[in-house]
Design a protein around this ligand. Structure first.
Ligand SMILES: Nc1ncnc2c1ncn2[C@@H]1O[C@H](COP(=O)(O)OP(=O)(O)O)[C@@H](O)[C@H]1O
Ligand SMILES: [Mg+2]
Length: 369
């Protein structure tokens, strides 16, 4: 079995005033993993990261690092290091001094410390800029100093709170790749908090999707993209079409869902045991599994009116309105889409029974068992 660097067991945090920031959080993080905690602002990500680092006390639950219960230990005894959103560099010290600061504090022999600082500066590509001060660096360079400073103590786990949040778009794209490479080179476990789907999905080995202070799903980017577990994840991640209707009947792993005049035939994923017949439910269909034009081989068909096309690189997404306010996204590669629609034009949209997936409802604090 893989070595577990961080284990969170039933971690809860309630702030004074009864703000429940984290509720019954359970997760296992393996050695050397790049994990990202993804969720909208206010869902409890920073609080959770601070609890792992010991900067915030847990209200209840346990936290283990490298197998040791650290719940009641101060930050200095946890073997974690934190990189803050605002890089928090010392403005009057050089790059070299910023990076070497914690080694100096630990009283490590200067020649050994210097060697470690040089090696780290090389890892993050700052060896040429060692004598500059933070104000003479670009945003990306400052970010690398912050990263080097956090990594120099060779922590078991590096905690990163929105590390790319302060950077502009192009730099963020570059730093995503660099951060991932540095993580792979050093082999240190990274736990990164972000509200950006793109950052989480492209960098992490494991994504923990959160909302409403709770874990909604844990999985690889691919798992989360292909099998969103509940309505929150389906709405938050990727380009999913969400449908609502009433479950009419079940046959094996499939259900019939009625929505107005429409009857849909979709899949029940394995994790859903109980299918409440007669109740309202949601299902999702990924935009890349939705097709334009009548296809008799597909179980589900719906008429929409063309509204607009969104372009992203070689992908384009055609948007259709099927009922007032309900928009369907159809994503395809540009070379496959030879049709040009006029606004308001009617088109048949199809999807296979297997492409529609019944969703659980979003986990909310009051659902707690
Ligand atoms: N020190 C604090 N005192 C009281 N409430 C707090 C404190 N820190 C965070 N919160 C609240 O806890 C919730 C989660 O906050 P936070 O962990 O910062 O979310 P995120 O990082 O996902 O945006 C929010 O409702 C926030 O207002
Ligand atoms: Mg935060």
């Amino acid at each position: 079995m893989a070595e577990l660097d961080v284990v969170l067991e039933h971690v809860d945090k309630t702030f004074p005033g009864n703000t429940r920031a984290v509720i019954d959080f359970n997760a296992e993080i393996e050695h050397g993993e790049f994990v990202s905690m993804l969720g909208p602002s206010g869902c409890g990500k920073t609080t959770l990261l601070r609890m792992i680092g010991g900067l915030e006390e847990v209200t209840s639950g346990r936290i283990f690092i490298s197998g040791k219960d650290v719940t009641d230990l101060p930050p200095s005894q946890r073997d974690t290091s934190m990189m803050f959103q605002s890089f928090a560099l010392f403005p009057h010290r050089t790059v070299f001094q910023n990076v070497g600061f914690s080694l100096k504090m630990q009283g490590i022999d200067k020649s050994i410390a210097d060697r470690r600082v040089w090696a780290m500066l090389e890892t993050v590509g700052l060896d040429q800029l060692s004598s500059r001060r933070p104000s003479d660096l670009s945003g990306g360079q400052q970010q690398r100093v912050a990263l080097a400073r956090a990594l120099i103590s060779e922590p078991t786990v590096l905690l990163l709170d929105e590390p790319l949040g302060a950077l502009d778009y192009n730099l963020r794209q570059t730093m995503m790749v660099e951060l991932k490479k540095i993580q792979q080179d050093t082999g240190i476990t990274f736990i990164m908090v972000t509200h950006s789907q793109q950052e989480a999905m492209s960098m992490a080995d494991k994504v923990i999707v959160m909302s409403d202070a709770m874990v909604q799903q844990i999985g690889s980017s691919r798992e989360i993209h292909e099998n969103p577990r509940n309505r929150f994840v389906a709405e938050f991640i990727g380009n999913n079409n969400i449908f609502k209707g009433v479950i009419r009947s079940r046959s094996g792993s499939m259900v019939f869902i009625e929505a107005g005049e429409q009857l849909y035939y979709v899949r029940v994923p394995e994790h859903i045991r109980q299918v409440p017949i007669g109740q309202e439910a949601h299902f999702s269909v990924r935009a890349d599994l939705m097709h334009t034009g009548d296809n008799p081989q597909m179980a589900n068909k719906i008429i929409g009116r063309y509204l607009a096309t969104e372009f992203l690189g070689t992908l384009e997404t055609d948007v259709f309105e099927v009922t007032p306010g309900h928009f369907i996204h159809v994503e395809q590669h540009r070379h496959l889409s030879d049709t040009t629609y006029k606004v308001g034009e009617r088109e048949t949209l199809c999807f296979a029974a297997n492409s529609g997936m019944l969703l659980e409802e979003t986990r909310r604090p009051d659902d707690r068992v």
